[in-house]
Design a protein. Structure first.
Length: 126
């Protein structure tokens, strides 16, 4: 029960970050558009990126598709890492932040999904 609760909290934190980002993209908020174009994406692609991110987050929210959503979000966040690496942004902040979010996504899913824990058992050293 404690693991499930902790997993839900970790998942909620990840979803909050991702929804904040995707809503900014969907609403075409000027600083979000400027940040995305600074990463090398055309301004016309910002809305589409927001839609893709929202689809991934929605898939993650439903228990029946949460593993698929986590995989899709991993790919999405990998693209963010590549964009920051291309710009040579600071490593520990901008570039690795998507990995921090992915750790919350997968950590939350691992703790709240017994099937995933059985599939990927955590083993302590003997």
């Amino acid at each position: 029960m404690r693991a499930t609760r902790t997993g839900r909290i970790l998942s909620a934190i990840a979803v909050a970050f991702l929804l904040f980002d995707c809503i900014g993209k969907l609403l075409q908020v000027a600083p979000v558009v400027a940040g995305t174009t600074a990463l090398g994406f055309p301004a016309g692609a910002v809305f589409t990126i927001g839609v893709i991110e929202l689809v991934c987050v929605v898939a993650y929210l439903f228990p029946s598709t949460s593993a698929l959503g986590a995989v899709l979000l991993t790919g999405f966040l990998g693209g963010a890492i590549a964009a920051h690496l291309r710009r040579e942004d600071p490593l520990l902040t901008y570039t690795l932040f998507p990995i921090y979010v992915a750790l919350f996504v997968w950590g939350g899913l691992f703790l709240r999904d017994a099937g995933l824990r059985a599939f990927l058992p955590w083993r302590a050293r003997a």
